[in-house]
Design a protein around this ligand. Structure first.
Ligand SMILES: [Zn+2]
Length: 93
């Protein structure tokens, strides 16, 4: 019982760690911004892919839409991915 619980925790931790790495790579590649979002919109999912984890943004989920300063497009993130991005971009290696 205790062992399976530990395994589940470890698995969750692992996927979060790999997502953090993916977000950091996107920051370094310029696909995500280091700056904090001056404006932010909450919107329902559009069926497009999340710019952090790459999974589809389901219309039933709340999506964070961050306007790019020099573009007319938006960075679209899951709520959870937004929280991770906001954390990763504050801690550059
Ligand atoms: Zn995501």
């Amino acid at each position: 019982m205790a062992l399976s619980h530990a395994l589940v925790r470890e698995e969750t931790h692992e996927s979060t760690a790999s997502l953090r790495l993916r977000i950091r790579q996107k920051l370094e590649a310029g696909c995500l911004l280091y700056e904090s979002a001056p404006r932010l919109f909450g919107a329902p999912g559009t069926g497009k892919e999340c710019d952090a984890c790459g999974l589809v943004l389901d219309p039933a989920q709340l999506v964070m839409a961050i306007p790019l300063p020099h573009d007319t497009t938006f960075v679209l993130l899951h709520g959870d991915c937004f929280v991770l991005w906001d954390d990763v971009r504050r801690k550059p290696t």
